[in-house]
Design a protein around this ligand. Structure first.
Ligand code: BT5
Length: 331
């Protein structure tokens, strides 16, 4: 048994025991290890921040769990079909997307999740970086193996966005909005970013990585001054600390539910829900496509996730670009 599965079993025993006390002897029998080995596991849980009482004649009792991103903590009470069946948690990595891609190349199963407490080279789009300080936020990547055409894979970015919006609303009561193609905003400031990456052949997808970064407990002074757009976190918006474990469990359950919906009903319900979170639909916008600026009215999403803009020359399909509300016309 690995250290992490032994710890998971011990935490499970605590939660299943009505009195809360579990004897060292019982744990040693269940794990098939010595009492000294049990004591070492209890110490390692304490090192991780678990408060565990030891009473000489009664055994051990769990008093409090920390907000640490441990697979055994995240799995507790998580009921999912696919997403989060396997969870790998890391104290530090370069980028959870890079780790998940490596696992995808090595044949890891669909639904595998990689989470890091800190990223040293968190990735944004187009070579940009994602600021990923330790211990405060969520940096997560999900490996999926959908049976879709490569050209449809961008639909899954909208699935991530809807899952993040549902989770923010459920955990904090805040009302998030989305910005095409990959931002989730709170009070108009960026609170989450999404980066999907794909490995594919001409007509089939090997895997898609849903990369999701959510600013949960980051404080204003932790944001660099040079950001493309104003940023915020759930803690800044609510004025209270957000449980990373609770948020992550909620998010995994939402991604799982939306992925089942996507597989059974296609992309339309997910894209329609994304449009409900978008407060620019029907409004004048500008899309900066690097080489040119498109001006028009945002009229929604095409079935592949392309942005539809009603311009003076007709309906334009936009595949990549940065959207912003159009400035008011000069008088
Ligand atoms: C994104 O790119 O918004 C995608 C971010 C995806 C991050 C996740 S974390 C888990 C997974 N593993 C990874 O390596 N990545 C994914 P983009 O639209 O290009 O926005 C990037 C821009 O957002 C940067 O250039 C900054 O200006 C700004 N930014 C960076 N860090 C931020 C943060 N923590 N909060 C808000 N804005 C940030």
């Amino acid at each position: 048994m690995t250290t992490s599965s032994s710890r998971e079993t011990i935490l499970q025993l605590f939660r299943e025991t009505p009195s809360g006390f579990v004897s060292g002897e019982h744990i040693s029998k269940i794990l098939g290890v010595s009492r000294t080995a049990v004591w070492k596991q209890i110490s390692s849980l304490r090192d991780l921040g678990y408060q565990i009482e030891a009473a000489p004649s009664r055994g051990y009792r769990l008093l409090q769990s920390p907000d640490v991103m441990l697979a055994e903590e995240l799995r507790h009470g998580l009921s999912v079909q696919v997403v989060g069946r396997e969870i790998q948690t890391l104290a530090e990595t370069d980028s959870t997307n890079a780790r998940a891609s490596a696992l995808g190349d090595a044949g890891a199963p669909e639904g595998m999740v990689v989470i890091a407490d800190r990223q040293t080279a968190g990735k944004g789009r187009l070579g940009r970086s994602w600021v990923s300080p330790e211990g405060v936020n969520l940096y997560l990547s999900v490996l999926l193996r959908p049976q879709i055409l490569p050209m449809d894979a961008s639909q899954l970015t909208f699935l991530s966005a809807v899952a993040v919006c549902r989770s923010i609303a459920a955990v904090s009561g805040l009302q998030p909005t989305v910005k095409w193609p990959n931002d989730v905003l709170l009070s108009g400031r960026k609170a989450a970013g999404l980066l999907n990456e794909m490995s594919s052949e001409t007509d089939r997808v090997n895997y898609v990585i849903l990369g999701i970064g959510v600013n949960l407990n980051m404080q204003a002074e932790q944001f660099p001054s040079q950001l493309r757009y104003p940023a915020t976190s759930l803690a800044i918006e609510t004025g209270r600390r957000i449980s990373r474990v609770e948020f992550t469990r909620t998010l995994l359950a939402q991604i799982d539910a939306l992925y089942e919906l996507y597989k059974s009903h296609g992309p339309c319900p997910v894209l329609a829900e994304w449009e409900e979170y978008c407060d620019l639909t029907g409004k004048p916008i500008e899309v900066d496509c690097q080489s040119r600026l498109i001006r028009g009215v945002m009229s929604g999403l095409d079935t592949d996730g392309a942005l539809l803009v009603k311009t003076a020359d007709g309906l334009e399909r936009v595949l990549a670009g940065d959207v912003r509300p159009a400035p008011p016309a000069p008088r």
